[in-house]
Design a binder for this molecule. Structure first.
Ligand code: PBG
Length: 328
């Protein structure tokens, strides 16, 4: 049969497929790690996130060289704060002598080449489990932003390379940039969670940190999943306010948003492959319903193809191992 166009020619061998591949995951995967405060020699599984552990700092230090050798050099840290240190002002987040700042310092002393990204939001420290200060059921914006800016300075002074506001308060990127610059922390970058949706996919993460809202939901600050034009507005504001990178979160149900953001962003676009997306893969695999590795690679490839320049994922160690072994 005479046929001029045969797209299958470019798919006919592995070598040709590799030659024409448009997307690669090499070097774009960032790792996420949950940390225990204070404990030593401790690892604790997270029931709703099979394969993920809460680690004490010494356990994290033991694992980093192995990850570095697979090419994982960037880590987003989430501390699990004991209930006894939580209060309605989340004041523990500003304590420079405490767990997270000391952890950052220790890690940067031991591994000067790694990139550390720390979360700026009140929920792990708040007895209300909200990302901002709560007053009469309302999440206060400007009062929260003031605290977030100080929190970012504490983390940056300890050595964080990027502070990552995940709170979705209005105007926080500008306030954080100003506070960092006033404290001579010009080198610290801001990875802004710009289009962060009020998502049910965060459930397992909230188990991991025991940080679920004690009342209400996050819909007055996180975005409505029905919207994408609004994501562009958020991104433009964050760019204007000085974000060094912008992020879309979650990733998998929001590939369209990633693609749209990529079109307008003048800085790298990050995507956060969140806890619920990870746990669904693990659960389906444990029931023998899917091939876990293939599904992981396909999901992360799709996020990259949609336009993500970097991907934060709990699959990072497995993915980095796969990239290494497949030699791609
Ligand atoms: C909170 C925060 C959340 C996640 C990262 N930072 C949860 C939330 O907004 O309730 C979720 C990450 C995940 O599900 O993997 N500031």
């Amino acid at each position: 049969m005479q046929q001029i166009n045969r797209p299958r020619r470019l798919r006919s061998t592995a070598s040709i497929r590799d030659m024409v591949a448009e997307t690669s995951l090499e070097g774009v995967i960032l790792s996420i790690q949950f940390l225990f405060a204070k404990a030593r020699n401790q690892t604790q599984p997270i029931a709703t996130m099979p394969g993920q552990l809460r680690l004490s700092l010494d356990e994290l230090i033991k694992r980093i060289p192995g990850w570095q050798s697979c090419g994982l050099t960037s880590f987003a840290l989430f501390p699990k704060i004991p209930d006894s240190l939580k209060n309605s002002r989340a004041s523990e987040c500003l304590n420079p002598n405490r767990f997270l700042p000391q952890t950052i310092q220790r890690l940067k002393d031991k591994f000067p080449d790694i990139t550390l990204i720390t979360d700026v939001a009140l929920d792990p420290y708040s007895s209300d489990g909200h990302d901002g200060i709560v007053s009469k059921g309302e999440i206060l914006n400007d009062e929260t932003v003031e605290i977030l800016a100080q929190m970012a300075v504490v983390q940056a002074q300890a050595g964080a390379d990027f502070v990552a506001p995940s709170d979705m308060m209005d105007g926080r990127v500008r306030a954080i940039r100003k506070a960092l610059d006033s404290a001579s922390l010009q080198k610290t970058g801001i990875l802004a969670y710009s289009a962060k949706y009020a998502s049910a996919f965060y459930g397992p993460f909230r188990d991991a940190l025991e940080s679920a809202p004690r009342h209400g939901d996050k819909k007055t600050y996180q975005m409505d999943p029905r919207n994408s034009r609004e994501a562009l507005r958020e991104v433009k504001l964050d760019l204007h306010e000085g974000a060094d990178m912008v992020m879309v979160k979650p990733a998998l149900s929001y590939l369209d948003v990633i693609a749209k953001v990529k079109q307008i962003s003048t800085v790298p676009v990050a995507a956060y492959n969140v806890s619920g997306e990870y746990s669904m893969v693990k659960a389906a695999a444990s029931l023998g319903m899917i091939d876990e590795t293939k599904v992981m690679v396909e999901i992360l490839t799709s996020i990259r193809r949609a336009g993500a320049d970097v991907i934060l994922t709990y699959h990072a160690p497995e993915m980095a191992g796969w990239l290494r072994s497949s030699g791609s």
